[in-house]
Design a protein around this ligand. Structure first.
Ligand code: GTP
Ligand code: MG
Length: 463
């Protein structure tokens, strides 16, 4: 772990990539950043061509032998007033794959290097244009699959999450200064560690951390959603349930037991909550080689689920205990803590009311075929995911942020106990130091090169 490296404005090579999405579009943008960009201005627009920063200039884009590759608009940004903090040149041409490729090749001929994934964002981070959480939020905004996810990503991108984290770090620094001073001057008359104000501040810090962690959990849920696996015996109605949730005939449904053999995935959003629904082969012993493989894959998916819906045909099951209905699961995973809901399907055949079944643990009644109980199911799944359905005050967050926040929270709690039970100021000071480092990882003030590499390499080229 190291502190963030120092800024490197414009002292590196020139990188190039297509910044717009691949495919066909009215406009496509090739972006260059870093190094001496006059080479590209001279080589592509024409010798001695003068550009005014941030003003669009119309030009032809020239190839090596004087051939015109395209024509369009050029915008230049002088560092540090650019996305990366370096001098940036944007060639806005026509958005075709070949045109864009030829422009990029021309830049490479003139000495640029193809940008690595996320390299523009990485340079922006290293040049202090944004912190790590903000860089991640830009990627999350681009990838947002719902309105709510986009809103929360914008908040993080604008620094709302970072501001809260920096506030916590500042509080920790103040507390550390206080505690360390109290340890360094034990001969003082007053026992500073016993001061009521210190205890109140520590407990305030703890509850603030808890609150931010909870909001970050919502943000992470909006970003990544939850994986819901539909499991059960053949013919229980898993594929019918998938189709009903997805609102399309994604899976084949027949009355033949063993219809589904492959794993099928559908992404849906329930009032803003993204769900990855996975339909699996019906679980049974079989001699059919293909079906055996399907069953094996079903178990793989079950293992990875955030929530399992075990679908059963209500006309065949009156056993209330899931352990008796699905003993195989409990034999395989005696310690599994995955939440499982028993879904009693085909209620249309017996006329039972849809919804949560009263007096039973995690049991839900519905009809996949007649679409009975789906409004209730939406509410049920949102509750099971811990989704609160509002995006006010929610900022986008990733698992690594949740991890850092939980570790910091745990250390603060341990520190408080050390102080209150044993008067151990030294231990509290050390816990606060470590907690602070965890929080600083979120914004990238304190990170390993390895972590940076992992984060930025997950971005696309051109970002
Ligand atoms: N009456 C009634 N029939 C249903 C309902 N849901 C599914 N079925 C019927 O049950 C049969 C099996 O449905 P599927 O959705 O293919 O069941 P499955 O669990 O995916 O089965 P496998 O893929 O073989 O494991 C089909 O004939 C469906 O039409 C329901 O809610 N009510
Ligand atoms: Mg099926």
């Amino acid at each position: 772990m190291t502190s963030k490296p120092s800024p490197l404005i414009n002292n590196r090579d020139s990188i190039v990539a297509v910044a717009t999405a691949p495919g066909r579009g009215g406009v496509g943008i090739v972006r260059l950043s870093g190094g001496d960009l006059s080479v590209f201005v001279n080589g592509i627009l024409g010798e001695g061509r003068a550009l005014k920063p941030r003003l669009a200039t119309y030009s032809q884009f020239m190839g090596g032998a004087g051939e015109v590759l395209d024509e369009g608009v050029v915008v230049s940004f002088t560092g540090p007033n650019s996305f990366t903090g370096e001098t940036v040149l944007e060639l806005q041409g026509h958005g075709g794959a070949v045109v864009m490729d030829r422009l990029v090749q021309r830049c490479i001929e003139l000495g640029a290097r193809l940008a690595m994934p996320g390299e523009f964002s990485e340079r922006a981070f290293l040049n202090d244009k944004m912190d790590l959480a903000q860089a991640e939020a830009i990627a999350d905004l681009i990838d947002a699959a719902s309105y709510q996810a986009a809103r929360s990503a914008v908040k993080s991108m604008q620094g709302e999450f970072s501001l809260l984290v920096n506030g916590l770090v500042e509080t920790m620094i103040q507390l550390r200064i206080y505690v360390e001073a109290a340890i360094d001057f034990p001969e003082e008359e007053i026992d500073f560690l016993a001061d009521e104000k210190l205890h109140t501040s520590l407990h305030d810090l703890e509850s603030e951390l808890r609150d931010i962690l909870q909001r970050a959990e919502q943000g992470s849920l909006l970003r990544d959603g939850m994986t819901l696996v539909l499991a059960g015996k053949p013919n229980a109605g898993k594929s019918s349930l998938l189709n009903a949730l997805a609102g399309s005939e994604a899976a084949i449904v027949t009355s033949v037991a063993g219809t589904t053999r492959d794993v099928l995935r559908e992404k849906i959003t329930l009032d803003g909550l993204p769900l990855n629904i996975v339909d699996t082969a019906g679980l049974r012993d079989t001699q059919d080689e293909i079906e055996q493989e399907g069953v094996r894959r079903a178990w793989d998916e079950i293992e990875k689920a955030d929530l399992i819906l075990f679908v059963a045909d209500i006309t065949e099951t009156d056993e209330p205990d899931l352990k008796a209905i699905w003993p195989e699961y409990f034999t395989r995973y005696p310690d599994a803590r995955q939440p499982i809901t028993l879904v009693l399907n085909k209620i249309d055949r017996i006329g039972l009311a849809p919804g949560v079944v009263e007096g039973r643990e995690a049991t839900f009644a519905l009809s996949a075929k007649e679409k009975l109980g789906f409004a209730e199911l939406t509410a049920y799944l949102q509750q099971a995911a811990g989704y609160q359905g509002q995006s006010e005050g929610i900022f986008s967050a990733r698992l690594r942020h949740l991890d850092a926040l939980s570790k910091a929270l745990e250390l603060v709690c341990v520190g408080i106990r050390q102080l209150e039970r044993a008067g151990a100021g030294e231990l509290l000071a050390e816990d606060l130091r470590q907690a602070q480092n965890h929080l600083s990882e979120i914004t990238g003030q304190f990170t390993s090169d390895d972590l940076l590499g992992r984060i930025f390499s997950s971005f696309c080229i051109g970002k």
